[in-house]
Write a protein that binds this ligand. Structure first.
Ligand SMILES: NC(=O)C1=CN([C@@H]2O[C@H](COP(=O)(O)OP(=O)(O)OC[C@H]3O[C@@H](n4cnc5c(N)ncnc54)[C@H](OP(=O)(O)O)[C@@H]3O)[C@@H](O)[C@H]2O)C=CC1
Ligand SMILES: O=CC(=O)O
Length: 329
């Protein structure tokens, strides 16, 4: 390990034990630019900063200009859409993220959202809580089966595969997926023969549940827009578990209001936190969550631990498991 002490700027809360690991080896400033009282301290620290660790804050070119000594950004997330990838590559700044440690938890959340939307769980829990349950419910409040239906996964990566396992092996669902490339049978493990690659349009036409787990990139922006909703079954339920930019929210509202699709379960939004005035917040056909894919005690700690290790390893001249490959950026 190198003994040089570097200047680290922590821009989102880190668990005490992980902060202590950083402080043992380096000089650490903690300042969250989203908190008004800490914003000045964040920008004041940038010129000296050699390593950034945090998440959920857009790191722009202008911000990188303020941080000429920056060597590494360690994101406490798997998604890297908050970072200017090509600029990082050009400036020789390493980027790290946290793939894997959040996969199962995020798949749990997305599957819970799918179940909650199809079986109308939040609506019916509120029905009980508000005292409306005075006699047996009628079919106006029935939901729709999940088991045995067709799940369409856009983005058969780590989380997509974890979802497919739940669906195919646990719920007897037919699983279709679309990626830019077909996943080799040898990489499917227990899913071999259980999932089927199809063209995106075929997936949109056939799926009862269309789930987005693709990363947010220029190519995936509004992947689910008016044209996609028009192809879906009127009974289709759309679940967005990746990033708000994948769904054209105006087109989604139109599809819901005109019964082009049945419902939507959303963990992520174009603007987060979801603006209070957004019609998606209170829409009767929408189950909305506050971006909680990985939000369990265990997983958020594992992410912080991996991000801390990633950062320490880069500063020590090592190659961490979570180094993001910027060569294609
Ligand atoms: N809601 C939440 O809290 C969370 C959200 N996420 C989001 O989930 C995303 C996925 O995470 P993870 O599964 O670990 O990532 P992976 O990189 O393992 O999987 C992404 C998949 O998307 C596919 N893909 C990429 N671009 C396209 C495209 N243009 N069209 C079709 N498929 C595409 C890739 O396959 P191929 O390259 O063959 O196209 C790959 O299979 C993250 O980027 C993040 O945005 C992650 C964690 C928590
Ligand atoms: O949205 C969460 C992530 O890790 O990416």
């Amino acid at each position: 390990m190198s003994s040089t002490r570097h200047q680290i700027l922590v821009f989102r809360e880190l668990p005490e034990d992980q902060l202590a690991r950083l402080q043992a080896a380096h000089d650490v400033t903690v300042a969250n630019p989203r908190v008004a009282a800490q914003r000045d301290a964040f920008f004041a620290a940038l010129p000296q900063t050699q390593a950034l660790i945090g998440s959920s804050y857009p790191i722009t070119d202008a911000l990188l200009d303020e941080a000429p000594q920056l060597q590494v950004i360690s994101s406490i997330s798997v998604g890297v859409d908050n970072y200017p990838l090509a600029s990082l590559r050009e400036r020789g700044i390493a980027l790290c993220h946290t793939p894997g440690v959040l996969t199962e938890t995020t798949a749990d959340t997305i599957f819970a959202l799918l179940m909650a939307t199809s079986r109308r769980i939040p609506e019916l829990a509120m029905y009980v809580r508000s005292g409306q349950w005075q006699r047996n419910i009628g079919k106006d409040l029935f939901g729709w089966d999940v088991h045995g239906k067709t799940l369409g996964i856009l983005g058969m990566g780590r989380i997509g595969m974890a979802l497919a396992r739940r669906a195919a092996l646990g719920f007897g669902m037919r699983v279709l997926y679309n990626n830019r490339s077909v996943v080799p049978e040898s990489e499917l493990g227990a899913l071999a023969g259980q999932v089927h690659y199809v063209a995106r349009d075929a997936l949109l036409r056939e799926a009862d549940f269309v789930v987005s787990v693709v990363p947010s990139t220029p190519e995936t922006k509004h992947l689910l827009g008016a044209e996609a909703f028009a192809m879906m079954k009127p009974s289709a339920i759309v679940i967005n578990g990746s990033r708000g930019a994948i769904v054209d929210e105006d087109a989604l509202l139109h599809a819901l209001d005109t019964d082009q699709i049945r419902a939507a379960g959303l963990d992520v939004f174009a603007t987060e936190p979801l603006p209070v005035e957004s019609p998606l917040r209170t829409h009767a056909k929408v189950v909305a969550l506050p971006h909680i894919g990985s939000a369990t005690h265990e997983t958020r700690h594992a992410m912080a631990e991996m991000a801390t290790s990633n950062l320490l390893q880069v500063l020590a001249g090592e190659q961490p498991a979570g180094r993001f490959d910027l060569s294609q950026a």
